[in-house]
Design a protein around this ligand. Structure first.
Ligand code: ADP
Ligand code: ZN
Ligand code: ZN
Length: 732
């Protein structure tokens, strides 16, 4: 028998199929095998089994051994991996690796073994007890206990009856200790009782609509607090009843303990949690539980889309607008693409859920490509919180140069007085330093692109990250002449210090990248806040995620404009989403909520649409802007990145790549909206020099796109890294 093998070396030079023969026993499609490769041994994956090879027999080497008891890849996984390889132009091995826990490769996991005690066959428990010496009550009790329980962990017996007792009975030949592989089920403690709720009318019609539509993808467009989770749970339940399985994706698992709790409460151990914080062994065990069908629901962040489930009946992508669904390192896949491929192969449905869908998704829902299920109201007639918009320019005129407006201070005082809770949201992102005039709200923008410029200390210049244009740093505002320019915001710690000064007794929690670096960081902070051990939670984007804290009555948005000026074509979209999502954290239970939104641009259309919860209005305007300026979904942005520790090598690779791409550009000018080569906005990162060729395509660009990839990736130099990004959200 001949096996076609992909060796587990993700390098373009060995990215092809190798034939191996197998003489002893059987080799199956999807098996992981050990094979000789050159002078060494390596692992590989069997992607096809055939009876003959076109190579002459003496050239074919033999498989050394099959590595696992079962094939790790299925036919479905192989097709998806093939799709990823073609779509994102990566080596087959790199695509296959996505489907297998890294722990399995290279044999790094050791099975965890636990021991159980059972009564020996052949002698009845009655006879055992009768043969004991008088007064051996503990031994007699243990025999009785095992007679009822059959098989009990030795650790449990040790606690209840003492290890001595167990040992004596083992020596007598009455008890046998068996050792078995254990499943490590993480977050078991999260099991709690689930309350049953009766569905709202909107939930009922959403469920019916989604279950009955013949469209593959449904968008569940429901305002914050409309009860989307309950809709997911009911549909999952129906899927399980049909003996099918489900994948549920969330942006970041550490930020969604409530979702986990509810899934666990409803479905117990058939839920498997795939979480980067799990130990090596735990990850592996969860994967096995899914693979063997013991677990039927996989919940996790983006990579859970590769969960090894068969009979897939449903894929849910919660908060589908979230940026974390785009992979940032190779293979740079978009989760929705993989979901669609899986859905096509297993004929299952996809639900995208959000209160603030992405422009692209909503566009498809309106056009009829996706089914649209809407939930316009919060559960139990609760209202969405009202906004109090504070014009920070006026605060400055009044002599308040601080971070907090008078309104926000008053509202915080009120919250503290009434024993409620507040969330203070502060938006900050690396590599973004926009120049904003603190007197009039003017923002420095690129003349070509209408995208805000970034301040670069290096050279004291302003740069556009989309076209590379460079401008001299301004000394004063060109609109009003003020020198009160902001281009370097405060950090979260500074905000916490400020609140402490204003409210010395307030108990404050801070949540940002610095405070959540440990494994349990997010859980701990969220739990403390939810247990009301703090009054105020200060944080970055993390506080805007789907949390459900009943006591939160105030949300403060410190600098609503900040994200408007990220050098990102999606900055309006991101701003709308952030404002709506963070506002959605308050007033969710009995108490009314208020959102104090501080801005230098109260008239900005995005801010106006978000404070009136007018998503459709926002959507229409944003679509028009994108069409006019030639950005997605009306164009495709491609960025070819060229990085090297050696500046000269990077530059010469850039020249080569540019020449090849320029040929494509010259032949297809009508399909290009933009084409240029330049230094990357951040010229040097992690010791590497960075260059890029940036382009925007429109029209029917499918083939052209593949040609762009091929031209870029054909340039090979082991000291230079070249990769292509599609619609990157961060052009640093
Ligand atoms: P969303 O994800 O849409 O923001 P959630 O799913 O978090 O909203 O639901 C908001 C709150 O409403 C949660 O506390 C949830 O337990 C509760 N809830 C959901 N559906 C119902 C219902 N039918 N009856 C009562 N409470 C509900
Ligand atoms: Zn000004
Ligand atoms: Zn520009």
């Amino acid at each position: 028998m001949i096996a076609e093998v992909i060796v587990d070396i993700a390098h373009s030079e060995v990215d092809r199929v190798f034939d191996y023969n197998f003489k002893n026993g059987e080799v199956r499609l999807g098996d992981r095998v050990e094979v000789p490769f050159g002078k060494m041994k390596t692992e590989g994956f069997v992607i096809r089994v055939k009876s003959e090879s076109s190579l002459s027999p003496e050239k074919i080497k033999g498989i050394i051994r099959v590595l696992d008891e079962f094939p790790v890849l299925s036919e479905e996984t192989l097709s998806i991996a093939k799709y990823i390889k073609d779509e994102y132009h990566v080596p087959f091995a790199a695509a296959l690796r996505l489907f297998i826990p890294a722990e399995l490769r290279g044999g790094r996991v050791k099975d965890k073994v636990v021991s159980y005690a059972v009564l020996k066959d052949g002698i009845s428990p009655f006879e055992m007890v009768a043969s004991l010496r008088k007064g051996s009550t503990a031994q007699a009790n243990l025999i009785g206990y095992l007679k009822d329980e059959k098989k009990v962990l030795t650790s449990v017996i040790g606690e209840k009856f003492g290890y001595q007792t167990l040992k004596k009975l083992e020596e007598r030949g009455f008890i046998e200790v068996v050792r078995e592989k254990a499943g490590r089920v993480p977050y078991r403690e999260m099991l709690s009782f689930s309350k049953t709720v009766s569905l709202s009318d909107e939930q009922i019609s959403a469920i019916k609509g989604i279950e009955n539509t013949d469209k593959t993808v449904s968008l569940l467009f429901g305002v914050t607090g409309s009860g989307k989770t309950e809709v997911y749970l009911r549909i999952i339940n129906d899927v399980l009843k049909k003996r099918k399985t489900a994948i549920m994706l969330v942006p970041e698992i550490a930020l969604t303990p409530q979702m986990l709790k509810q899934l666990r409460a409803r479905f117990g151990d058939s839920v498997s949690i795939l979480h980067s914080g799990l130990s090596v062994g735990e990850k592996y065990d969860e994967w096995i539980r899914l693979k063997t069908g013991e677990a039927k629901i996989a919940i996790g962040a983006r990579s859970a889309i590769f969960a090894p489930l068969s009979d897939l009946g449903l894929i849910i992508i919660d908060e589908e607008h979230d940026g974390s669904y785009d992979a940032e390192s190779s293979p740079r896949y978009k989760t929705i693409d993989i979901a669609k491929k899986r859905a096509e192969l297993s004929k299952c449905k996809i639900i995208l859920g959000s209160a603030t869908p992405s422009i692209d998704t909503f566009d498809r829902a309106l056009s009829g490509e996706y089914y649209l299920a809407e939930m316009k109201n919060r559960i139990n007639g609760k209202h969405l919180p009202e906004f109090d918009i504070v014009d920070m320019r006026k605060e400055i005129k009044r002599g308040n140069n601080g971070i907090f407006s008078a309104d926000l201070r008053e509202n915080i005082a009120e919250v503290l007085k009434n024993g409620n809770q507040a969330i203070i949201f502060f938006n900050r992102r690396g590599y973004s330093r926009q120049v904003i005039c603190r007197e009039c709200g003017y923002v420095a923008k690129c003349e070509n692109c209408d995208i805000s410029l970034n301040y670069h200390k290096d050279g004291n210049v302003l740069k556009c990250h989309y076209c590379g244009a460079t401008y001299k740093m301004i000394k004063a505002c060109p609109e009003c002449g003020s020198v009160n320019l902001s281009y370097d915001g405060a950090g979260t710690q500074k905000i916490v210090d400020e609140i402490k000064k204003l409210f010395p007794t307030a108990r404050i929690l801070r949540m940002d990248n610095d405070t959540t670096s440990t494994k349990e960081g997010h859980f701990k902070i969220l739990k403390e806040f939810s247990d009301k051990k703090a009054d105020i939670l200060v944080g970055t984007q993390m506080v805007a995620k789907g949390h459900d804290f009943p006591s939160v009555t105030l949300v403060g948005i410190l600098d609503a404009d900040m994200s408007l000026y990220f050098s990102d074509y999606r900055s309006n979209e991101r701003t709308y989403q952030l404002i709506t999502q963070v506002a959605g954290r308050c007033g969710r239970a009995d108490k009314k909520g208020i959102v104090v939104l501080q801005t230098y641009n109260p008239d900005n259309p995005t801010i106006k649409f978000s404070v009136s919860y007018d998503f459709k209005g926002f959507f229409e305007r944003e679509k028009a802007v994108r069409k006019f300026t030639g950005f997605p979904p009306y164009a495709l942005i491609l960025r070819i990145m060229i990085e090297s520790k050696d500046d000269e090598k990077a530059l010469s690779a850039l020249k080569e790549v540019y020449m090849k791409e320029k040929e494509l550009f010259d032949k297809n000018r009508e399909k290009f909206l933009f084409f240029n080569k330049m230094k990357s906005p951040v010229k040097r990162l992690n010791g590497k020099f960075r260059y890029q060729v940036l382009m925007r395509l429109h029209g029917d660009y499918r083939e052209l796109k593949n040609a762009v990839y091929s031209a870029a990736l054909s340039e090979k130099n082991k000291d230079v890294l070249i990769y292509v990004e599609e619609n990157p959200s961060n052009l640093f």
